[in-house]
Write a protein that binds this ligand. Structure first.
Ligand SMILES: Cc1cc2nc3c(=O)[nH]c(=O)nc-3n(C[C@H](O)[C@H](O)[C@H](O)COP(=O)(O)OP(=O)(O)OC[C@H]3O[C@@H](n4cnc5c(N)ncnc54)[C@H](O)[C@@H]3O)c2cc1C
Ligand code: HEM
Length: 387
């Protein structure tokens, strides 16, 4: 239990961490991944190298320290962390490893003069408080997934029943459980964790579920990244009939209870979570605006199916834009979005795509007056700041 004195110490060290936070976290990751091969497979090495993952963790630790007296001020942050952890199967026994590495790195970066025993003890207590919150919520999520109809705990073997090419870059994988059992219902917008060995190395990645739950199978749709370890392997080496290890669905990028007009905006393969959202919304009378940007028509997936839905459902309006075909980057600014959104900006907007695209969309929606509480987004990687 954190004492009042320890809280004060933690809060007084926040400015130091803010200035040296990234160095601290870089030390921390080098230590964690260098000395603890048992957790290395959980972390995506690209996210480490780009610095995005260390930044996300540094940011969350600082936010936590700042709001240690009022954790409810952290908003979505705990849910975001818990969902990522659950989809990659972070376990309670991993927390002491991370805690030890974090404290050792604080000591190293701050130096003996600042990182006194009292400072380290305060941070140890604060870390434990946060760890207990996360472990509690993650354990509940694992238990819920295990006890759901068609649910499971940890990895479950799924056979690739079908591979369907969606575009020159995107292929869908239809996955059915090898045990022949039912598959738990996911919410539109959620994603699964995939565990796979590539060139002798275990890798874990997240993929959004690109179709509505049907109790029998899951569908993911993967963009082939030219130098991507897992996506290239899935496209080039994984065949129909092969078996993949899948962790249960997680994620809080899901449709809020609402009958306001729904606006779905995606860039590239960011279309995947919006597809089941679209299908779910078309089960009601709700107006839907579906906006999708791709580099070219060739790399765009799913257009024929979306167009067919628009013919069948007059409540659906679709707009597409192409970066390269227009010879200029498709501008996702307020002017462009303003032409496509319903006249009333009282909408629920969901978007996903590359980070610059998402920044532009967020700015556009803000400028048009879409209430911040009605804008929702997902990153296909570590959460980053949006301008
Ligand atoms: C919640 C969530 C949902 C997702 N849903 C989907 C989805 O539906 N469909 C989908 O296709 N993806 C999705 N992703 C992304 C997916 O998890 C993978 O990140 C993606 O498939 C790339 O993985 P990879 O192993 O192929 O590439 P990685 O090997 O991880 O590399 C990723 C990219 O970084 C580049 N790169 C590699 N090394 C470096 C380096 N040292 N420096 C700079 N760049 C480097 C590679 O060229 C590649 O383009 C989702 C991610 C999240 C978090
Ligand atoms: C109090 C302790 C912890 C905090 C505050 C924390 C915080 C975070 C944050 C902020 C993210 C990024 C979330 C996002 O991108 O939206 C994250 C992701 C992640 N965390 Fe933790 N975490 C903690 C403990 C752990 C532990 C014990 C492990 C397991 C060893 C772990 C493994 C991961 C992994 C694998 C990811 C995803 C990395 C990626 O995208 O490559 N975390 N965590």
């Amino acid at each position: 239990m954190l004492t009042a004195e320890q809280r004060a110490i933690v809060q007084s060290t926040v400015p130091l961490l803010e200035s040296g936070g990234e160095a601290l976290i870089t030390h921390f990751y080098q230590r964690l991944l260098g000395e603890h091969p048992e957790v290395r497979a959980l972390f995506n090495s690209t996210h480490q190298q780009s610095g995005a993952q260390p930044r996300a963790l540094a940011f969350s630790v600082l936010m936590y320290a700042k709001h240690i007296d009022r954790l409810e001020n952290l908003g979505n942050l705990p849910a975001q962390i818990i969902n990522k952890h659950v989809a990659l199967q972070v376990q309670p026994e991993h927390y002491p490893i991370v805690g030890q590495c974090l404290l050792a790195s604080i000591r190293e970066v701050l130096g003996a003069e600042i990182a006194t025993d009292a400072v380290i003890d305060a941070w140890a207590a604060a870390y434990q408080q946060l760890a207990d919150i996360l472990i509690g919520a993650e354990t509940q999520a694992y238990d819920r997934n295990a006890s759901a109809v068609g649910g499971w705990r940890g990895a479950r073997a799924f056979r690739v029943a079908r591979k369907q090419v969606e575009s020159t870059e995107i292929t869908s994988f239809y996955l059915v459980p090898v045990d022949g059992g039912a598959v738990m219902a996911h919410l539109p917008g959620q994603f699964i964790g995939l565990r796979i060995v590539v060139d002798g190395q275990e890798q874990r990645r997240n993929y959004s579920l690109s179709a509505l739950a049907n109790g029998r199978e899951l569908r993911i749709s993967v963009k082939r990244e030219a130098a991507g370890v897992v996506s290239r392997h899935l496209h080039d080496a994984v065949r129909e009939g092969d078996v993949l290890d899948i962790f249960p669905p997680a994620g809080h990028f899901t449709l809020a209870e609402s009958d306001k007009p729904l606006v779905l905006i995606s860039g590239g393969v960011g279309i995947t979570p919006t597809l089941p959202m679209l299908a779910a919304a078309l089960g009601s009378q709700r107006p839907v605006v579906f906006i999708h940007c791709a580099r070219t028509p060739e790399v765009q997936g799913f257009r024929a199916r979306i167009d067919a839905l628009a013919l069948k459902h007059p409540q659906l309006q679709c707009h597409y834009c192409y970066d390269e075909a227009d010879a200029a980057p498709a501008r996702m600014d307020a002017e462009q979005l303003g032409r496509w959104l319903p006249a009333s900006r009282d909408v629920e907007a969901y978007f996903c795509g590359p980070q610059p695209f998402m920044s532009a969309v967020l700015q556009g929606l803000r400028a048009l007056g879409v209430p911040p509480a009605q804008t929702h987004y997902e990153f296909f990687g570590p959460t980053q700041a949006l301008a």
